[in-house]
Write a protein that binds this ligand. Structure first.
Ligand code: UDP
Length: 475
């Protein structure tokens, strides 16, 4: 980058607006760290109820927007979620208009805002940006394939409701996804969901679209999205992901919950590739029966394990992690709490855990961040999706990358005694597991090649920076 360009960037500010959940906050903060390292000044404007700790990020400035919400209860119905989504979007739009509008009017204001990067779920931010005359960039934090599914939904309307026996059929235009991977089409409230999905997958109005993925992960889906953005490829699409691999290594954590770092010391005492790590991310809640099956499998498999049991992991029950564990049968509880072979934490420093040499497998709900974090570290997965795009991601892990397997054959049925244990043994020690480990290792190598000079993600990041700079040039 020539010197003048660097100087110009120093004065440019980017305002980033993350959606309110952990799985969305993390990629937005990673992008913020990357752009800060590239010389931009960074402001995070966020809903005030998200407990973001500004002191962990002294290089960024923060605008907590007094939204007046106490946060959505994820156990609530989809209808209530839609109301929450609509209300907070309206509120944040007006708060941003007011706050940034005042800054723009105050001509002594220090740095010019080059663009607003918003999580696509915060769709009204785009209209606020438009009214303020600031270019906006839409960040999709889920996979390119998920966006591809959403863009194809109008063509799948005739399959709603999905006819009996169609679950294993390949969905037209979405190979290798089966109908049963398209959670949205299976939802009882599918007709309510479609307008919501259309609004939150909009690729026709922002100045650009950026995704937390790369060609090495999802080339075909990216190609298709690129053709469709702007209604015919008019809007540029950047895929400099997975962002966690490109972010400066010293980036502070954006965890909303306190990470238990003792588990890293525990991992130091375990043999290479011996530990199965289990986490269902920040939102998925599981049935008590499934929780017990998991505990039995961990007790019976004799495999070392690190298990994230969030206090709100069980459906319909709030409590503490200790209270949740307390409800397990005595024999299982003893093994679970015996620190020799396993460790239970409320929240883990997941990226460090997956990068630890002792971790040999990841039983996951397959949120997109968890999926790319696992592939980026070459850790094979046992997939047990909860909802939404997690089914699509699980299909990619197993059928496209060959780096894991789907529990229960990718079906929504309850798991039987022995099923989870067998899957753990398969991935951790079987011949099939060896192949999956090799494939996950290949994914890691591909990702690492994509982020170095000349690689696709490296190039896309470079093009994205040039794009932001070009937004400043006089017409
Ligand atoms: N995570 C973490 N500690 C945990 C569990 C999850 O730091 O104990 C992080 C994980 O690294 C990922 C994010 O939380 O970045 C979860 O995002 P994902 O998209 O995987 O799932 P979601 O929580 O949105 O369902």
């Amino acid at each position: 980058m020539e010197e003048g360009g660097e100087k110009r960037k120093q004065k440019l500010r980017i305002v980033l607006v993350p959606w309110v959940f952990q799985g969305h906050i993390n990629p937005m903060f990673l992008l913020a760290s990357i752009l800060h390292e590239k010389g931009f000044s960074i402001t995070l404007a966020h809903a005030e109820f998200t407990p973001i700790d500004p002191t962990s990020h002294p290089h960024f400035s923060f605008i907590p927007l007094p939204d007046g919400f106490s946060g959505p209860d994820v156990g609530i119905s989809f209808g209530s979620f839609l109301n929450f989504h609509s209300a907070i979007n309206t509120k944040i739009e007006s708060l941003l208009l007011d706050r940034l509008g005042r800054e723009i009017d105050d001509e002594s204001g220090a740095e010019k805002i080059a663009c607003i990067i918003y999580d696509t779920i915060f769709c009204n931010v785009e209209s606020a940006a438009h009214r303020l005359g600031i270019p906006s960039v839409s960040l999709h934090t889920s996979s390119a394939t998920c966006l591809r599914v959403h863009l194809n939904l109008p063509d799948l309307q005739s399959y709603i409701p999905i006819p009996d026996g169609f679950g294993d059929e390949i969905a037209p235009g979405l190979d290798p996804l089966r109908f049963k991977d398209l959670d949205i089409l299976l939802a009882p409230h599918v007709q309510e969901m479609l307008p919501f999905v259309a609004k939150t997958s909009n690729v026709t109005t922002a100045a650009a679209v950026i995704l937390n993925t790369g060609s090495c992960l999802e080339q075909a889906s990216l190609e298709e999205i690129k053709k469709k953005c702007g209604g015919g490829g008019a809007i540029p699409v950047f895929a400099p992901g997975p962002l966690f691999k490109l972010a400066p290594s010293a980036s502070a954590s954006s965890s909303l919950l306190e990470e238990n770092t003792d588990c890293l010391k525990w991992l130091d005492r375990q043999a290479p590739d011996s530990v199965i790590y289990i986490s269902m991310g920040s939102l998925v809640r599981i049935e008590t029966d499934e929780f017990k099956e998991l505990a039995h499998a961990l007790a019976d498999s004799e495999q070392p394990f690190l298990w994230v049991v969030r206090p709100d992991l069980l459906q319909g029950e709030a409590g503490t992690t200790a209270a949740v564990i307390e409800r397990l049968p005595e024999k299982v509880k003893r093994v679970i709490l015996e620190e020799e072979r396993g460790m239970v934490v409320e929240w883990a420093p997941q990226k460090e855990v997956l990068a630890h040499k002792a971790v040999g497998g990841f039983l996951s709900h397959c949120g997109w961040s968890s999926t790319v974090e696992s592939m980026g570290e070459g850790v094979p997965m046992i997939c047990r999706p909860g909802f939404g795009d997690q089914w699509v991601n699980a299909r990619y892990v197993s059928a496209v990358w060959g780096a894991g397997l789907e529990l229960g054959g990718g079906n929504r049925k309850a798991l039987e005694r022995g099923e989870i244990e067998a899957a753990i043994k398969k991935v951790m020690s079987g011949k099939l597991g060896e192949e999956m480990r090799k494939k996950a290792g290949d994914m890691k190598s591909k990702i690492e090649s994509s982020i170095v000079k000349g690689g696709s993600s490296y190039n896309d990041l470079d093009s994205f920076v040039q794009f932001i700079l070009s937004l400043q040039q006089p017409n």
